[in-house]
Design a protein around this ligand. Structure first.
Ligand SMILES: C[S@@+](CC[C@H](N)C(=O)[O-])C[C@H]1O[C@@H](n2cnc3c(N)ncnc32)[C@H](O)[C@@H]1O
Length: 283
């Protein structure tokens, strides 16, 4: 699949999910939002750019800190959802890569679980590094491995256990996939010229009714849901039965499950004027 086709797959997928993302999958991703804002140093008066803002939960948390927020998303239907959730805030359409902002316009830039959806991650990080001021931070997150990130891993394992093969029109993997380890994610930021780069493995627990989580993932993801929706009814039933068995391992005793969620949180700083970055020094 070409990068143009991948971008269109993501665009149309997120447009389809825009009305159903927030309450389910969006509530789960929000478990990392405060940590992302802390890593970006967001406080009163911080000029913050958010990319891939989805339904607007992280921007709402930043506004609660009295930051000056510009929330953006690459999908117009998501921008409309976020604008409704953030009355009075600046919510704009802006796709990565292709940001319409000036050099150094922001104190910090944050993207929660968006870099794994962009067609050219290296170009996207270079742009983010450019729109923050010297000394400003770029903070990004992606999912950790499916073995650690069980909230999504149980779906992929259920598909495999059911013997289902991915529908032919799905992208096999995302352009970001090869950067989704702590060292490769760090290298991606360093190659964009960012300094003081660190990548942390972070985790939290998502407690949810297992039947609800099945519906949340089908209504709130693009690739994972397409993997299941593209199957015939008998195969979907086998995937669901395998999911029920796998998710039971996380039973919390009250009918809900406590699913481990795992992510990588990456932070880099734009070099101060005159400071040499590792990339400029050739390291
Ligand atoms: C998994 S959602 C994350 C939303 C939000 N950041 C959160 O934490 O809930 C991914 C978001 O990235 C947006 N997106 C996908 N491709 C994009 C691109 N190339 N540029 C900007 N946003 C994009 C989608 O529309 C969607 O809102």
């Amino acid at each position: 699949m070409s990068t143009t086709d991948f971008a269109e797959f993501e665009r149309s997928g997120w447009a389809r999910r825009s009305g159903t993302y927030d309450g389910g999958f969006g509530a789960m991703t929000a478990g990392l939002h405060e940590a992302l804002l802390d890593a970006a140093g967001v406080a009163r008066g911080t000029r913050l750019l958010e990319v891939g803002c989805g339904s607007g939960r992280l921007a709402a948390a930043a506004l609660a800190r009295r930051a000056e927020v510009v929330a953006t998303d690459g999908v117009r239907e998501m921008v409309a959802v976020a604008a409704r959730a953030l009355p009075g805030a600046r919510v704009l359409h802006a796709e990565l890569p292709g940001l319409p902002f000036a050099d150094g316009e922001f104190d910090a830039a944050v993207g929660a679980f968006v870099i794994n959806h962009v067609p050219d991650p290296a170009a996207a990080v270079r742009e983010l590094a450019q729109v923050v001021r010297p000394g400003g931070r770029v903070v990004l997150s992606c999912w950790d491995t499916l073995a650690r990130n069980r909230a999504q891993g149980v779906f992929f394992d259920a598909v495999a256990a059911a013997g289902a093969t991915p529908p032919a029109d799905l992208p096999g993997t995302s352009p970001f996939a090869r950067h989704a380890t702590p060292s490769d994610f760090a290298a991606l930021l360093a190659e964009a010229g960012l300094t003081d780069v660190r990548v942390e493995q972070v985790g939290w627990t998502h407690r949810v009714d297992p039947g609800q989580w099945w519906r949340d993932v089908l209504a709130g993801t693009v690739l994972t849901s397409s993997l299941i929706e593209g199957q015939d009814a008998g195969t979907v039933a086998r995937i669901r039965a395998a999911y029920d068995g796998l998710v039971a391992a996380y039973a919390a005793g009250d009918g809900s499950v406590a699913l481990p969620v795992a992510a990588l949180l990456a932070v880099g700083t734009r070099a101060a004027d005159g400071e040499m970055t590792g990339r400029q020094q050739g390291s």
